[in-house]
Design a protein around this ligand. Structure first.
Ligand code: ZN
Ligand code: ZN
Length: 390
């Protein structure tokens, strides 16, 4: 599917990239000096011609072969990439509708902002095409959305989504599709439910993905490869329901399914003290469902940004949770029915904790059947929200 071709770089300034010692394997270093035959000789990278495929372009060093730049195409109004010159040849017959507002996710909630572009709303007369290429621009305006029900029970084996698309609402029962690349521009996806042959979903290195809806990749039994990007923060539940990645325990580590730096699921047989892996950025909605009823403590790592709703629902033996000050989002019901919860050790101040809860009652986040005290750096907060300063 990747038919890379080389094009002349004449249209572009020839770029030279200064090379740090570590990048080129100077000092006898072992990494990144492929073209030097391992000699460790220091050189200044020389940018070669751009090569491209239908999703992205890249530029490599003519000396050592190292990739100097790899990025999604950046299209102008005539569907030509302003960086590498690649031009989209869109599939004829797709259906479009103009959109004048779009949804943006901020702090776990949706906001509607004005937009001026198109959504792909249906496959139209392209239903028999094996390959679908969506244009970046249609009638002079960017294609920013793939609409709900745009692609249902389609026969295509390959689809290319341009780097103008920001949201994908559905891609359902397209049973010949085996792999898909999501451009960096996509910030949220509603669902891909029930794509029987889908094996891999790839997000770009600079993905802006923030939100995944309910069962986004559910019912994709062959799905074994997804690289959820670090930008991802918010989710609904059952993201990988009935997919191989969820059911095959070879993808799991110490009873936890991590995908990228995100906790997706946990084995209900886990017990005792659970330390979540360093570098983890988010815990998805209902990650610990079915409940881990024998976990007594959870230690969450510094740098964690989001705990989505109902993440620890019914972890009924859970007594103590350590939450770092880095946390930016706590979803409703995160500790619902955790009736044994006694202590949350929070790395921030009492004021930071209240802000984290958007000044809402503790019982929206923590079981009202427990008598939990949140221990902060400058005092404590009880379930009624009373602060006792140190
Ligand atoms: Zn080089
Ligand atoms: Zn390009």
């Amino acid at each position: 599917m990747k038919k890379g071709v080389s094009i002349s770089a004449i249209a572009f300034a020839v770029l030279f990239f200064a090379c740090g010692l570590s990048a080129c394997g100077g000092n006898g270093g072992s990494s990144g000096n492929g073209g030097d035959g391992g000699s460790g000789e220091i050189h200044t990278h020389t940018a070669g011609d751009y090569t491209w495929d239908e999703d992205l372009h890249r530029q490599t060093c003519t000396e050592c072969g190292e990739t100097l730049e790899e990025a999604d195409h950046v299209y102008d109004g005539s569907n030509t990439c302003t960086v590498c010159g690649y031009t989209i040849v869109p599939t004829e017959g797709l259906e479009y509708e103009q959109v004048d507002e779009k949804e943006v996710f901020a702090n776990g909630t949706v906001e509607y902002v004005p937009a001026d572009g198109y959504a792909v709303t249906g496959i139209g007369t392209a239903g028999e095409e094996a390959k679908i290429v969506i244009p970046a621009y249609h009638d002079g305006k960017p294609v920013i959305q793939i609409d709900d029900n745009a692609f249902i029970e389609c026969n295509f084996t390959e689809v290319h989504i341009p780097s103008t698309v920001e949201s994908i609402l559905s891609f359902t029962m397209c049973n010949s599709l085996t792999e898909l690349r999501i451009p960096d521009s996509v910030t949220w996806i509603w669902h891909f439910y029930g794509n029987a042959a889908l094996k891999s979903v790839t997000f770009g290195k600079n993905s802006h993905l923030i939100y995944l809806g309910k069962a986004t990749f559910g019912g994709c039994p062959e799905l074994v490869s997804v690289n959820l990007p670090d930008s991802f923060r918010y989710s609904e539940d059952d993201l990988f329901e009935k997919s191989k990645i969820l059911t095959d325990k070879s993808f799991w580590t110490d009873g936890i399914l991590y995908i990228g730096n995100h906790v997706i699921s946990a084995d209900p047989s886990l017990s005792g003290v659970l330390t979540i892996r360093a570098g983890t950025l988010s815990i998805i909605n209902s990650a610990f469902w079915p409940p881990c009823e024998n976990i007594t403590e959870v230690i969450l790592p510094e740098g964690l940004r989001s705990i989505n709703g109902y993440a620890f629902d019914t972890c009924s033996a859970l007594k103590r949770v350590v939450i770092p000050a880095s946390l930016e989002y706590l979803g409703y019901g995160a500790f619902e029915r955790c009736d044994s919860l006694e202590t949350i050790e929070y790395g921030g101040t009492t004021e930071q904790w209240k802000a984290l809860l958007s000044y809402e009652p503790m019982t929206r986040f923590i079981s009202d059947g427990c008598n939990c005290i949140v221990s902060c750096t400058d005092g404590t907060i009880d379930m009624e929200g009373n602060v006792t300063k140190k």
